[in-house]
Design a protein around this ligand. Sequence first.
Ligand code: NDP
Length: 481
Amino acid sequence: MKELVKETLKKDLFINGEWKTANHYTPLYSPYSGECIAEVPAATLEEVEFALQSAYEARNIMASMPSHQRASILENLVKLLEEKADEAAQILALEAAKPITTAKAEIARTIQTYKFAAEEAKRIHGETIPVDAAPGGEGRMAYTVREPIGVVAAITPFNFPLNLVAHKVGPAIASGNTVVLKPAQQTPLSAFFLAELLQEAGLPAGALNVVTGSGSLIGEKLVTDERVQKISFTGSPEVGIGIRNKAGLKRVTLELGSNAAVIVDKDVDVDSIIARCVSGAFAFQGQVCISLQRIYVHEELYSAFVEKFVAATQKLVIGDPLVASTDVSALISSKDVQRALGWIEEAKQQGAKLATGGQTKNNILYPTVLLEVDPTLKVSCQEVFAPIVLINKFSSVDEAIELVNDSKYGLQAGIYTQNIYTALKATQQLHVGGVIVNDIPTFRLDHMPYGGVKESGIGREGVKYAIEEMTEQKLIVFNQN
Ligand code: NDP
């Protein structure tokens, strides 16, 4: 580990295929130990300008590259990631306090995402249009092609520093675009690591540029610059909505937050779902956009569910993210610990019952279970992004569906039921981007169309769907008359 720290002690900006000494550097601290783990650039507007110009100039090289070559670069990246999977996982544990087992799972998914991108690169195509279906179309032939959009600005959050970047960089390269990547301030090391691998994989200079530093400074420039054709943002609704309002006619994909819920119907075998629900609520300290935040359990099962859920929660191992047995480690910042504690306090004062947790150790908040929580409380109606889950009861599935839908968010929702009619009703009536039957809302594979409704965002990721949003459809009509 010490070697890794030494190696990453000072990182430079990655622009136009080269490592550039920056004008300013800031220290990066481990959220778990508080130690300084690296010096990273705080890019200036001048440096961002250079990155944008490099991406802009490289766009024709990428657009004219044959798809088999784009696929090969992504395949090379997959091989390098497979070889360096342990190192990659350690970077995530270090900069994000992601427990190492969860970090390894993220690397496995990142590899999947780039594999999908390599495959999708070879099947980007348009369609033929039967123009003679309309009078005036006789003697003409028409088809569409999909062309790269140009420069993509990718702005990413701290919680999946490699896989969420992969969901932007993978489809962008696959479809012949260039990228300026602005990772979260807390997780720049994984972005630089990716740049090193892509350089080795044969990506042309300028096709990926990594600029780190203040979100408001760099983000504002990326969002308003005319050379950027597409903004792909994952992060909080506040920042996302601000971006949308400034983006003008640029294409925008927003993957934002949620307060994801699951319904547990009366015919479910509680023992078989407890471990899965506990993991959905507390994996990576609940800092997952589809973390299980609200559990609605049928009144007939409620007591048994709560008892078993709390017992399983209390067995979770708290500690150092680099230790293999750790389930729950530090939150991303002490500010978030204070915020979460404030929300728990508000819930307690408004009549919710604290079943377990609520205490802290340094930046670690113990996994917390709240019962009988009023829907107007922050732990219910806001995105908690911390290891806090509420368990409330319902008496009919209609009521449970209403409770889930009573949210400004709508990313994914889950329902456990043995009744096919109940399952079908839920799939039709839950107002979310994805309904997961007989699993938690946290279920995601990297080729699924993924995205939200309401304040959870606009557009879809999942490699094939992201490519659709990163390409322009062009129509070609031949007049043979
Ligand atoms: P933030 O919204 O705080 O930050 C996300 C990114 O935006 C960071 O790179 C940040 O930079 C940057 N940023 C900040 N201000 C601006 C600005 N004014 N203009 C442009 N960019 C800006 O989110 P977090 O990193 O805290 O991540 C957590 C959030 O991400 C949660 O709400 C979570 O639900 C959501 N998320 C959604 C997912 C989805 O797929 N729907 C998946 C994962 C997370 P800096 O770090 O420098 O502030």
